[in-house]
Design a protein around this ligand. Structure first.
Ligand code: ATP
Ligand code: MG
Length: 560
C-alpha cells in the first residue's frame, strides 16, 4: 500500500543502499540479513536497536533475517546466554528465519579455507611471542616489521597449522596470520591473526577444537556461507571493512557477495552499554542479577514493566545515524509512558499509608464503587472498589500545618477521595514520637462521584484504599543506576564510582485495592498519581511485590 505523501518518512541511509542494490539486481535482489550476537552476556538495549534494525529491514523488504551466534570465543560464552538471547528476541516481537545458526557450525569449513590460504601463500604460522608480534605491528604512520616467519615455506606452515589443530602445542604457542601488508596505514591489514590456540572447552563443540578463528576470519565468512546480502554492524567495524573484503576475496569466485554497512551504535545517557561493564555489575552484586529492573538489559526492562512496543517505538524514533551520538534516556522513558498510558488498567494503591477514619460513615458498611479501568479507553471497562469507614491515604497527602498552596488534606481543608466522596478534616492523632497515626474526617453523603453531588467542587483529589479490604504489597521504587550522564566516559575514574546509592528504595507496607489480589507477575497498572507499575516474579501468595516502571512524569527534567 502506498502511503500518502505526508506520512512518508525519508529513507535512512541503509534503506537507500538496499534500494539501490535492489534496482541493480545485486545478489539476485535478495535481502538477507542477520543478527549476530556473541553469547557472552544478556542482551542490552543497544543490541535491541540492532535487532529492530535488522529484523525491521527484513520485514520492510520482504527479505529474511536469521539469528547467528558469533560463538568463536569459548572463554566467555555460555548456553545460558544463548537461551536468554533467544527469549529476548522473541519477546521483542521478532522471529528469525529457520533454526538459529552458530559460527561454530562452520569451524570445519573455516579451517579448510584457512588451509587453502596457506597453500595460496596468503597465510603463515608465526611462532613469535604475542608481545613481540604486537610491537612489530608498529604505528599507523610508519611501516611495521615483518616477522622472520613470514616467508617460511608453505609446507612448514601447513604442517604446523595441522599440528596446532591436533593439539600438539600449548595455548598461545603460535598463531596463524594472514599475509597482507605490514606497511598498510590500516593497522588491521598488518598481517592480522586468523587463528589462535586455546585449550578451552566450547559450549557447543566441546573439546573438538583447540584452535579458534578470530572475529575477522569468522564473521564475513559466516555471512558468505549463509548468503547474507547486507551485513550491518556498528561504526567501530568500519576500519575492519577492508579486511572483511579481503577475507571474502580469498574464497569468493561468483557474483554473490555480502556487503558490510556500519551505523552508529546506541548510546544512552546515565547508562553503561557494554557487556563487559554490565557483567561487572552482576558479578560484583551491585545489582540483583541480569534482570534487575535497574539494568539496561532487555530482561531488566521486561521485569521492570517496559513493553516490547515501547522499545520498538523508541528504536524507530531515534532512527539510524552514521555518526555516534548520545540519546537522552528520558526519550526511552517517554516511549514507555506513552504505551503504558494506552494499555495499563488503573488501580489504586497507597505506598506510604496513614489511616483515615470517616467518623460519620456507618461502621461495617461497604459500598462497592464503580471505577473505570482506563478513562482513555472505554473498552477497558469498569471494576468495583470497596469503600469503608476506614481508609488509607498517602502520608504526604496530609499536613498538620499546610502552606496556602497545599491543596490536599489538613486542618480546615476539604478534599475529594477519588471516585468516592468529599471529606472534611476534623482532627488527627500522633504517637509519642510525633508521627501521625490517625486522621479523622467527616464525609458529605451528597457528594458521591458520578451522582448529583459530584457537581460540588473542591481543589484537591487524593487516592485511597479501603483499610478493611486492602491487600499488602512491597513496592520497589527505582531511580537511575548512575548519577553521571556518561559513567563510562571518565578516563581517571571507574564507572562504578558514579553508582546512585539510592537507585532502589523498598517500601514494604503498601496497601492495594483488593481487585489486585489476582494479579500475576508481568501484569501492568497505572496507580493514579504514582506512576506505572508491574507485578514482580518475587511475589508470593501472601505478598505482592511490585516494581515501579516509571513515574507519571519525568522528575529528572524538573531537577535539571
Ligand atoms: P558490547 O560492546 O556491548 O560488548 P558487542 O558489539 O560485543 O557489544 P555483539 O553481541 O557482538 O555485542 O553484537 C551483536 C550486534 O549488535 C553487532 O552487530 C553489533 O554491532 C551490534 N551492537 C552492539 N552494541 C550495539 C549498540 N550499542 N547499538 C547498536 N548496535 C549494537
Ligand atoms: Mg563483541
Amino acid at each position: 500500500m502506498e502511503l500518502p505523501e505526508s506520512e512518508k518518512r525519508s529513507l535512512n541511509f541503509i534503506e537507500s543502499i538496499i534500494e539501490e542494490d535492489l534496482v541493480e539486481n545485486k545478489n539476485d535482489s535478495r535481502v538477507h540479513l542477520r543478527f549476530p550476537p556473541e553469547p557472552n552476556g544478556y542482551l542490552h538495549i543497544g543490541l535491541a536497536k540492532s535487532i529492530c534494525l535488522n529484523f525491521g529491514l527484513a520485514n520492510e523488504y520482504n527479505g529474511v533475517c536469521i539469528l547467528r551466534f558469533d560463538d568463536t570465543n569459548p572463554e566467555k560464552e555460555d548456553v545460558e546466554y544463548v537461551d536468554s538471547i533467544k527469549e529476548d528476541i522473541v519477546w521483542l516481537g521478532f522471529n528469525w528465519e529457520g533454526e538459529p545458526h552458530f559460527a561454530s557450525d562452520y569451524f570445519e569449513q573455516l579451517y579448510d579455507w584457512a588451509v587453502q590460504l596457506i597453500k595460496n601463500n596468503k597465510a603463515y604460522v608465526d611462532e613469535q611471542p604475542q608481545e613481540l608480534i604486537s610491537e612489530q605491528r608498529g604505528v599507523p604512520t610508519r611501516p611495521g616489521t615483518e616477522s622472520p616467519f613470514r616467508n617460511r615455506p608453505v609446507e612448514e606452515s601447513l604442517d604446523l597449522f595441522k599440528r596446532m589443530k591436533e593439539g600438539e602445542f600449548e595455548t598461545g604457542a603460535m598463531i596463524l596470520r594472514s599475509k597482507i601488508d605490514m606497511s598498510s596505514p590500516n593497522m588491521h591489514m598488518r598481517d592480522p591473526i586468523m587463528y589462535r590456540i586455546l585449550h578451552q572447552e566450547h559450549h557447543r563443540t566441546g573439546n573438538k577444537w583447540c584452535i579458534y578463528p578470530m572475529y575477522d576470519w569468522a564473521h564475513g565468512q559466516s555471512d558468505f556461507i549463509e548468503g547474507i546480502t547486507h551485513s550491518i554492524c556498528t561504526l567501530e567495524f568500519e576500519v575492519h571493512r577492508p579486511l572483511y573484503d579481503w577475507a571474502l576475496d580469498q574464497i569468493n569466485d561468483g557474483d554473490y557477495r555480502p556487503r558490510q554497512i556500519e551505523f552508529a551504535r546506541l548510546n544512552l545517557s546515565y547508562t553503561v552499554m557494554s557487556k563487559r561493564k554490565i557483567i561487572e555489575l552482576v558479578q560484583n552484586n551491585v545489582v540483583r542479577g541480569w534482570d534487575d529492573p535497574r539494568m539496561p538489559t532487555i530482561s531488566g526492562f521486561r521485569r521492570r514493566g517496559y513493553t516490547p512496543e515501547s522499545i520498538r517505538n523508541f528504536a524507530d524514533r531515534i532512527g539510524i545515524a552514521k555518526r555516534n551520538n548520545v540519546i537522552d534516556v528520558s526519550l526511552l522513558e517517554f516511549s514507555v509512558r506513552e504505551h503504558l498510558n494506552q494499555i495499563a488498567p488503573r488501580a489504586m494503591a497507597v505506598i506510604n499509608p496513614v489511616k483515615l477514619i470517616i467518623t460519620n460513615y456507618p461502621e461495617g458498611q461497604v459500598e462497592e464503587l464503580e471505577l473505570s479501568n482506563n478513562q482513555n479507553d472505554p473498552e477497558a471497562g469498569k471494576r468495583l472498589v470497596p469503600f469503608t469507614r476506614e481508609v488509607y491515604i498517602e502520608r504526604d497527602d496530609f499536613m498538620e500545618d499546610p502552606p496556602k498552596k497545599f491543596f490536599r488534606l489538613g486542618p480546615g481543608r476539604e478534599v475529594r477521595l477519588v471516585g468516592a466522596y468529599i471529606i472534611k478534616y476534623e482532627d488527627y492523632k500522633k504517637d509519642a514520637n510525633g508521627v501521625v497515626t490517625e486522621i479523622y474526617c467527616t464525609y458529605d453523603p451528597d457528594s458521591k462521584s458520578g451522582g448529583s453531588g459530584a457537581k460540588r467542587k473542591v481543589k484537591g483529589t487524593i487516592h485511597w484504599v479501603s483499610a478493611d479490604k486492602a491487600i499488602d504489597a512491597e513496592v520497589r521504587l527505582y531511580d537511575r543506576l548512575f548519577l553521571d550522564e556518561d559513567p563510562a566516559g571518565h578516563k581517571d575514574k571507574n564507572f562504578k564510582e558514579f553508582l546512585n546509592p539510592d537507585s532502589l528504595k523498598i517500601l514494604d507496607n503498601c496497601k492495594l485495592e483488593p481487585s489486585l489480589a489476582n494479579a500475576k507477575p508481568g501484569d501492568k497498572f497505572q496507580f493514579p498519581r504514582l506512576g506505572y507499575f508491574c507485578i514482580d516474579p518475587d511475589s508470593s501468595n501472601d505478598k505482592l511485590v511490585i516494581n515501579r516502571t516509571v513515574p507519571l512524569r519525568d522528575s529528572w527534567a524538573k531537577k535539571k
